[in-house]
Design a protein around this ligand. Structure first.
Ligand SMILES: O=P(O)(O)O[C@H]1O[C@H](CO)[C@@H](O)[C@H]1O
Ligand SMILES: [Mn+2]
Ligand SMILES: [Mn+2]
Length: 413
């Protein structure tokens, strides 16, 4: 029996990207800067002192970070013995966005340029917005600029309630985000508008349309809800989700993963909000998973709740909480099981602005029969997909190299 659990700690970069300067991210280091702030007592909100990640440290997270930047993040000192195979990987896709990271780690790096809405005002082409209003029966839209999601609600949320116009905005990523009040505008209506926007955005090669529902009565009380939904462009080439499904295996996606892959190669998608619920859903999926099953979960709050909001203490708290839940999963790994933890890009909460940061990502692999040790600095996140294919004994996508030795897996039951 062979099963793989792939956990994406969304935005947990470990610095060190050789091309970071091209993204104005030279020196960005999500994990390193969080750990440093914690060690300096600068992240003592709802937690205290140095970052404590005993399980992730045992799996080699600190060493993976040291491999990337040359510096061991404080608090992530080398434990007595490493439990897993650790390393880090550079991203070769052109963008530092979520779809690029997820596609690349599943064997489909993105070499084409997404389309971007760049200007700060009138960002989104008039044709697209006119057609969206016509087809969705909207009285127009608000926003139409590059913005941060919370700030724009404060600025335009009340006008949205008065006018019924949804708020459209973009970021440094290839995204068209649409915010609307979950009750006043309606959640299903927002999803319908986003589905139309997805069709219209295709010709501009926009990677994602994102529904951003929110609640609250006024600018002081607006909050985004957990009903966010992503409408992605499909991966540019087959992923291991496609190949495993075609080979008769099963792909179970937890959280926003199914949406990211536009549900291609996805057997079942399980929605859950908040890291604890996401972990509960992962454990439930894992407990019911049979032979040749891939369970893939994205822990989105690191990025959306803490990284983009530049909330260092919150990010540290979320890391410590997830770390405390990991033993529940690790204790369920039986012979023939493999668990890989990684990230899709960085989002350094100490960095200027509110956007993602170009960084390497950690790659931690653990399971009975997987010899602990170092897998080095990997050339691409696609090495993860190649390793998963190798583990399942199926053809890979042609991108990436397995971090397992050729004959290493033959003795695993
Ligand atoms: O500021 P909010 O709405 O959270 O947007 C963020 O979320 C998007 C998806 O990760 C990114 O493109 C970034 O702009
Ligand atoms: Mn992401
Ligand atoms: Mn993000």
């Amino acid at each position: 029996m062979r099963r793989v659990c792939l956990l994406v700690l969304d935005s947990l970069g470990v610095g060190g990207a050789l091309d970071a300067a091209q993204f104005n991210d030279l020196g960005a280091d999500t994990l390193g800067h969080i750990a440093t702030a914690c060690a300096q007592g600068l992240a003592d909100v709802g937690r205290k002192g140095p970052l404590r990640l005993p399980t992730l440290s045992d799996l080699g997270l600190g060493l993976a970070a040291e491999l990337s930047t040359g510096e061991l993040p404080p608090g992530l000192e080398v434990p007595g013995r490493i439990l897993g195979r650790y390393g880090c990987a550079s991203e070769i896709s052109r963008g530092k966005d979520t779809p690029s990271g997820h596609f690349e780690m599943t064997g489909a790096p993105v070499f084409l340029d997404w389309g971007y809405f760049t200007p700060d005002t009138s960002s989104i082409p008039k044709d697209l917005l006119d057609e969206l209003s016509a087809r969705a029966g909207l009285p127009g839209v608000l926003g139409n600029c590059k913005a941060s999601g919370i700030e724009i609600l404060t600025r335009l949320g009340e006008e949205h309630l008065r006018s019924g116009r949804p708020i459209v905005y973009t970021s440094v990523d290839s995204v068209l985000q649409i915010a609307a009040h979950e009750e006043a505008f309606g959640l299903e209506r927002l999803y319908e508008v986003c589905a139309i926007a997805r069709e219209l955005a295709d010709k501009y090669r926009i990677a994602r349309v994102i529904a951003r529902p929110f609640m609250g009565r006024d600018r002081g009380s607006f909050v985004r809800t957990g009903n966010r939904r992503d409408y992605s462009i499909p991966a540019p080439s087959p992923t291991i989700l496609d190949l495993l499904t075609a080979a008769g295996g099963t792909v179970l996606c937890v959280g926003k993963v199914g949406d990211i892959f536009a549900h291609r190669g996805v057997g079942r998608s399980i929605r859950a909000h908040g890291h604890d619920r996401l972990m509960d859903a992962t454990l439930a999926a894992w407990d019911g998973a049979g032979d040749r099953t891939l369970v893939m979960t994205n822990f989105v709050d690191f990025d959306s709740v803490h990284g983009h909001r530049r909330d260092v203490a919150g990010y540290a708290r979320a890391l410590e909480s997830l770390d405390a839940r990991l033993p529940e999963l690790l204790s369920r790994l039986m012979p023939g099981d493999l668990c890989i933890l990684t990230a899709d890009h960085g989002c350094d909460p100490t960095w200027p602005g509110t956007d993602h940061t170009r960084e390497r990502v950690p790659v931690l692999a653990v399971g009975p029969g997987i010899a602990p040790g170092c897998m080095g600095v990997r050339d691409s996140l696609s090495d993860i997909g190649a390793s998963v294919a190798h583990f399942f004994g199926i053809d890979g996508t042609g991108h990436g190299r397995s971090f397992f030795a050729q004959d290493e897996l033959s003795n695993i039951s």
